[in-house]
Design a protein around this ligand. Structure first.
Ligand SMILES: Nc1ncnc2c1ncn2[C@@H]1O[C@H](COP(=O)(O)OP(=O)(O)OP(=O)(O)O)[C@@H](O)[C@H]1O
Length: 492
């Protein structure tokens, strides 16, 4: 599911990206929990938390389940050519107390889950130890069911204020409207996973994102994000419902129709005034700030969500000149409460490597994220936000001499030109710590204004992810930038 390559946008050059060795060789999550030199080091080239397989196209994971938690022993490439028909990781008992899985897609060994029938393997062969474990687990389950049942009946208070309460963190979703009467018209855009059509529903113009039948899991993932409680905000594309086409079996999501399409295509076609550009920047940052927020309101809980594929192609421009976020197919729900994140640590490798290449932050390119914290996903979104703000301001004619802005370019397009490869991007962004260039003409802008504008960009795309602004702070900095500049550009 993860994308390493930019989509081939109409005018932009990323279709030319090629990196043959990376395309051909299997990439697996890499982690060794014992400190000794391990035979798995010889299975392929290691770069941080990624191993590029030399001997096989299978990834493996060896892990145990201890106290209902997954404990990873080894994530690596397979050691020798082997048969691994499964695309995802399904554990089989291995040397006691470990399970092992072999799978055949990139980073599939990072996506480990405890499936319902899977129990902790006893550390000894003792029947009684196993029985005791089963009894303890069963008692805990019965206890939790009793508590929930009592809460449902109102016998126990449901304290939504307390973030440790499982109920407020337990993944509430709303059932979306099942839409059957939809008319599809022209194609609005095509992504890697779906085709978006203009459509008609209840006499209104809508956008219909159609997933082919074999993309059901991607459809379900995006639907799940839209169905979170309180997922309505003017900076997030409005979700109207879902359905299935009876003829082809494909699935669709019905959305608000954004008149100007993606921000990328909008910026390719239009330059903007300062007022329009600051509106685009503010609405975009407000949408991201809301997405990242943990909100509890009237008994409903929206956990923080990391977008993970933020780019100017995944932001839409509406008729009133504001941005809305779209494409939540790579997004991750970050539950802030009671250990959910901890239970999913083994998924973080997969989380870390999603996204469109040119918007990937240095820590992801290097494979050096701190997996003990969930915040790196949101910090990665803020890095991408900084690049998009730069894209918007590079098309603002009020910021250029004679009111002429240069043609739209993607981040790093100018610097890396046609030789755009992952290696070049890593050297440029990570090793040399370079960022998109600031035009010389901006030096002529009023100093205070310029410092504040450049400050927002540099504080979003800082190499040190902990030094980056939060999306909420970006909103505040943009408000103060706007108010400090009422007449500095001599514009209304
Ligand atoms: N609500 C909408 N209104 C107008 N155009 C839209 C809308 N949603 C999507 N589009 C257009 O369709 C394109 C593809 O949409 P989207 O990014 O959601 O698809 P995808 O298959 O998930 O893409 P990706 O490859 O980024 O995952 C967008 O870049 C945009 O041009």
């Amino acid at each position: 599911e993860c994308r390493w390559f930019c989509r081939s946008g109409s005018n932009c050059f990323f279709a030319a990206i090629s990196h043959s060795s990376l395309l051909q060789k299997r990439r697996c999550a890499f982690q060794l929990n014992n400190n000794r030199v391990d035979k798995f080091l010889s299975a392929g080239q290691v770069n941080g938390s990624v191993q590029i397989c030399e001997k096989t196209s299978c990834c493996i994971a060896i892990y145990k389940i201890h106290l209902e938690q997954l404990e990873v022993e080894t994530l690596a490439c397979g050691l020798e050519e082997m048969h691994c028909p499964e695309s995802t990781c399904h554990g089989q008992p291995f040397k006691n107390p470990f399970n092992i899985c072999h799978c055949s897609t990139d980073f599939c060994n990072a996506n480990l889950t405890i499936s319902p029938g899977m129990v902790e393997l006893p550390h000894t062969q003792s029947y009684w130890a196993a029985l005791a474990a089963v009894v303890v687990i069963a008692s805990i389950v019965v206890f939790i069911i009793m508590i929930k049942w009592k809460r449902l009946k109102g016998e126990l208070p449901s304290s939504h204020q307390d973030c440790s309460v499982e109920q407020s963190c337990s993944g509430q979703t709303k059932t979306s409207k099942n839409i059957t009467d939809i008319e599809l018209q022209e194609v609005l855009g095509r992504g890697n996973f779906a085709t978006v059509f203009q459509g008609k529903h209840n006499k209104s113009v809508v956008a219909v994102k159609v997933y082919p039948a074999d993309r059901r899991s991607r459809f379900a993932r995006e639907k799940k994000i839209f169905e979170l409680p309180l997922m309505m905000h003017r900076g997030i594309v409005e979700f109207l419902g879902t359905g299935q086409k009876p003829d082809s079996g494909s699935w669709f999501i019905v959305l608000q129709h954004a008149k100007y399409g993606s921000l990328h295509s909008f910026l390719c076609k239009h330059t903007t005034s300062w007022m329009l550009s600051i509106n685009l920047c503010q609405s975009l940052s407000q949408g991201l700030s809301y997405l990242h927020s943990d909100i509890l309101s009237h008994g409903e809980h929206k956990p923080p969500v990391a977008h993970r594929d933020l780019s100017s192609s995944n932001v839409l421009v509406t008729a009133d000149g504001t941005c809305v976020l779209c494409d939540f197919g790579s997004s991750t729900i970050l539950r802030s409460c009671s250990g959910f994140w901890g239970q999913n640590r083994s998924n973080m490798m997969t989380h870390a490597h999603c996204g469109t290449l040119c918007y990937m932050p240095p820590e992801i390119l290097e494979g050096s994220v701190n997996l003990s914290s969930s915040s790196f996903l949101m910090q990665g979104d803020v890095y991408a936000l900084g690049l998009i703000l730069w894209e918007i301001w590079m098309r603002c004619y009020d910021l250029f001499e004679g009111g002429v802005a240069p043609p739209h370019r993607l981040p790093y397009e100018q610097e890396l030109e046609d030789n755009f490869t992952l290696d070049k991007l890593m050297v440029h962004v990570s090793e040399m710590d370079k960022r998109p260039s600031i035009p010389d003409y901006w030096d002529k802008l009023p100093q205070v204004f310029l410092l504040s504008l450049i400050g927002i960009l540099t504080d979003c795309w800082d190499k040190d992810m902990d030094a980056r602004l939060t999306a909420h702070c970006v909103v505040e900095r943009l408000i103060s930038l706007q108010s400090s500049c009422n007449d500095c550009l001599r514009i209304e």
